[in-house]
Design a protein around this ligand. Sequence first.
Ligand code: AHR
Length: 333
Amino acid sequence: MLTMGKAITRRRAVAVLTATLLATGMAACGNSDTGEQPADDGKLTLGFSQVGAESGWRTANTNSIKESATAAGIELKFDDAQGKQENQITAIRNFIQQKVDVIAFSPVVSSGWDTVLKEAKDAGIPVILTDRSVDSADKSLYKTFIGSDFVKEGRLSGEWLVNEMKAATGPVNIVELQGTTGSAPANDRKKGFGDAIAANPNLKIIASQTGEFTRAGGKAVMEQFLKANPKIDVLFAHNDDMGLGALEAITAAGKVPGKDIKIITIDAVKDGMQALADGKFNFIAECSPLLGPQLMDLVKKVKAGETIPQRIETEEGTFTPEQAKAALPNRKY
Ligand code: AHR
């Protein structure tokens, strides 16, 4: 039998427990990881899985997507995969469970997507690839791919070098800092550059290794390159960040970047453009991260059942030091 005091204590405990359960339930409604359904307020919901935050380019891309979603009145469920494919697969499965209207993602690597893309298709949720593509043979697994032509970026970089070194009479030793192994930009930029420099047999890649698209990776790998190779004439870095990291290693080794070692990079983010304007880099092929506005437009079109092209290529250019100086004051990222 309960005494009066014990009965009051128990009622209080039940009340606290009920309040806690309600609060937990309410918090879960707003959490994209719980599989809860989005609020039915008439807004389109976009689930977006981002690669991570490895570079200045990626930060600018994330900002573009978040700002554009807000401007377009689209509810964005954003997931940062921290560079791991398994995290992206989990995020996509969560988006399917939450019944978002559209899923978009920038795949960390090119292969291994067929199963989860088929799950999205079976659930009737359209998928848009942004920035990087997948190697799936079945093109019906996604509606469109919006992003750069990475092979072209590599080719333009190689063509610049072929022209720059046209007077060379002996071997020109090139080291290459590759992006994330297995990623579309690493594979494609390597191919485009390699194809272009084949025009001059003096141009030789003497070392090539991944720097994971990060400054720290670029610096560490460039240190190894410098230790192992007494004569390095050119660095081709698959992005600005690795090139910027490599600058530190080159300077620490007592060499002058841009002069003793010519530096070619890809992206054209502000820090890279500054290095180019300062004569520390020699050439940059642009890769635009500002994909947000076009993506939001496509989300609306896909949801409205409009036909959209299977491939939408981003427009981009190239920069010399003089062009970088002119472009820097208005550079948005
Ligand atoms: O996929 C685009 C590439 O990924 C950018 O060139 C690089 O900076 C980023 O991390």
